[in-house]
Design a protein around this ligand. Sequence first.
Ligand code: SPV
Ligand code: MG
Length: 431
Amino acid sequence: MKKVYTCFCTDVIHEGHLNILREAAKYGEVSVGVLSDGAMVGFNRFPTISLEERMEMVRQTGLVHEVLVQDEVVYDHVMESLRPDYIVHGDNWKEGPERFIRQNVLENIERWGGELVEIPYTYNEKVKHIDDLMKEKLAMPEFRRKRLRQLIAMRPIVKALEVHSGLTALIAEKTVVESGGRLDQFDAMWISSLCDSTAKGKPDIELVDMSSRIRTIDDVMDVTTKPIILDGDTGGLIEHFVYNIRTLERMGVSAVIIEDKTGLKKNSLFGTEVEQTQDSNDNFCEKIKAGKQVLRTEDFMIIARIESLILDKGMEDALNRGFAYVKAGADGIMIHSRKKSPDEILEFCRKFREKDGDTPIVVVPTSFNSITEEELAQAGVNIVIYANQLTRSAFPAMQNTAVEILQNHRALEADAKLMPFQDIIRLIDEI
Ligand code: SPV
Ligand code: MG
């Protein structure tokens, strides 16, 4: 009996999968690899049922000889142990980031004379409907909200990208690249006070009010499924904070990060150049406690942001506050720095982790941007936020275009650098 292998990355079996299994069975005994949770996330498909349930779902088709776990998006390990005579796959992987997986299979299978069989991909209204249902499920508040905690448990480090509109959110949602033999994508979205304000042409001083921030969140939620971390500035008055986080929790936001500043907050990247007041340890702990008390779910996270290093208050103050905030109930801490070198962040993480191995640590490496995700993960960081890079790349591009049109009295010269609108539209889903 010839050995046939195919791999599924899905939470539902539809006619397309059944077609692949039936075709595969014509070549021999079929083994199906089910992608592990971690590999599915790398594939930009967050699982909504457990690995065991996904395996059982494939067994239930009655069309397979065995079901096994494939731990990586590439087939290397499975192929090495199984040495299949045939690998069967839908022909839809010839384009896009999956191309490299196909290439890898072709190179590997040659070594023992195996063959790749590609089946025309089934794509019809019914299959599209099932795909859409899966996506909609992930976008529902109860699924989206808990996803950040799930990702912290699953990923070596959770990567969040700043978004401030439907379009920027689609970039965070859909960008997938192949890098170093793996597929990679952003796990979460950061709704920055700085960039949300900047997009509205306003300063980052808590001037853009909560109703407007909620409008941005809603625009983002409307077109995405990934979890949202909201930059909640100082959280405002305790009396207001408790209402606002209930709204955020109900909407399906996963976390709010509030910073231990008070009064007229200014952006941290200004550091001590502008007048900024740090909240007292006690008052900020009261805010955290009050917030925790009103939450209705275990999913929503209040993350406490420590501004001691930004305000030159020293490492000891930063650490003391970190431990105090956790004691007050914070579900995570964010330590911020405006130094070019990551040294003070690494020192903080080392000292914090000596006493607290679990509480998630968040960092925003805007200034200390030479440090890699791997180095941060090794230092015990759980979430890295790329807090303003999308805005900073778009602004000069738009400004240059404006200048070029003015200089040439027409758009022809600027056009060479512009993306055709068809390519932008491709990002936007039709219902
Ligand atoms: C933001 O993105 O608004 C932040 C991070 O709060 S920082 O700008 O670095 O203070
Ligand atoms: Mg901010």
